[in-house]
Design a binder for this molecule. Structure first.
Ligand SMILES: NC(=O)c1ccc[n+]([C@@H]2O[C@H](COP(=O)([O-])OP(=O)(O)OC[C@H]3O[C@@H](n4cnc5c(N)ncnc54)[C@H](OP(=O)(O)O)[C@@H]3O)[C@@H](O)[C@H]2O)c1
Length: 296
């Protein structure tokens, strides 16, 4: 059995990993969130990881309120950068590997070609800046780490774009959705499976743990407008959806116009089959529909 600690486990990625980990009978996973383990507390992190004697830490904890981060800069930096340094320090002291999650928002989205891991990262939002700093701190304090940048994360858990569009679509007659920002949605359950598959392949010896940055999203690209149409069609929501430009939907934090990630490295190194975003969306919506029916 490989012993793993998940931090920030009550968030949507953490809950997604929780929902699938029993399919991996070779993994012994401890799930913690801030109540049990606050990653901003270095001493607690060192003590917890020492006594738990883990081989891996998967960090799902983050400050993810992109617009609020523009105003709550101290809190956002503490969690997305300083706490990631804490994880790196604890990992070096207690000798475990780290898998950390970062974001497509490290890119400015001005290059209309899928971003590779070596593309220049120039974040425009404060959130993106803190996530990029977290990457740097982790690689400085514990180079034996994998950082997975992902994009447009959604799931049946927590607050995310898919659940918001279902809610708004049911409440309103018309929605105006940005059509000039293009990216790749990522079903958090797929990302969770990718992470656990990598660990399993390393455990079985078919692959080696190769530190560095990797990109992972679902296959295919779309705009937020296309994404919304697909969500509403699948659920049977008839609300009118009008495409708008980003300039007509001002946000506190600027968003990249194009943040498609090139996934060649993770696919080659770990032989992952990545599902198409539309297929994964259907899977997630089936679960959301079933949960809604069960609740009524
Ligand atoms: N969401 C997206 O669209 C998106 C896109 C690209 C990349 N990402 C990245 O993907 C990762 C997972 O995102 P997510 O959407 O699953 O995030 P999430 O739902 O916001 O979950 C983050 C979790 O971390 C917890 N947390 C907060 N402070 C903590 C602390 N000091 N110690 C331990 N846990 C703490 C949060 O608890 P509270 O809720 O109580 O604060 C929450 O349960 C993040 O690194 C994020 O940057 C997300």
């Amino acid at each position: 059995m490989t012993k793993i600690l998940v931090t920030g486990a009550n968030g949507q990625l953490g809950q997604s990993i929780r929902s699938i980990y029993s399919e991996y009978n070779n993994l012994d996973i401890i799930f913690t969130d801030v109540e049990e383990l606050d990653i901003c507390n270095l001493e607690q992190l060192k003590e917890y990881t020492k006594s738990a004697n883990i081989e891996y830490l998967i960090n799902c904890a983050a400050y993810t309120a992109v617009d609020k981060a523009e105003h709550e800069q101290v809190v956002a930096k503490r969690l997305n950068a300083d706490a990631v340094k804490n994880i790196g320090i604890a990992a070096t002291q207690n000798n475990f590997k780290v898998i950390h999650i970062s974001t497509d928002y490290v890119f400015d989205g001005k290059t209309f070609k899928p971003y590779t891991e070596s593309s220049l990262a120039v974040p425009e939002s404060f959130y993106g800046q803190t996530k990029l700093l977290g990457e740097k701190y982790l690689m400085e304090t514990h180079p034996d780490s994998i950082i997975i940048r992902t994009s447009w994360l959604y799931s049946e858990f927590g607050n995310n774009f898919v659940r918001t569009m279902i809610k708004l679509g049911m409440e309103k007659d018309e929605l105006r959705i940005v059509a000039d920002q293009v990216g790749s949605p990522t079903y958090a359950v797929d990302l969770g499976n990718a992470i656990l598959t990598i660990i399993t392949k390393v455990q079985k010896g078919s692959k080696t743990f190769t530190p560095g940055i990797y990109h992972y999203s679902n296959e295919g690209v779309c705009s937020w407008y296309d994404f919304t149409i697909r969500i509403h069609e699948a659920i049977g929501i008839t609300c009118k959806i009008s495409p708008i430009e980003s300039k007509d939907y001002p946000t506190a934090a600027p968003r990249p116009f194009y943040s498609v990630l090139n996934k060649g490295k993770i696919k080659t190194n770990y032989k992952l089959n990545i599902p198409y975003w539309g297929a994964s969306l259907e899977k997630c919506l089936k679960i959301i529909k079933a949960n809604r029916q069960a609740a009524n």
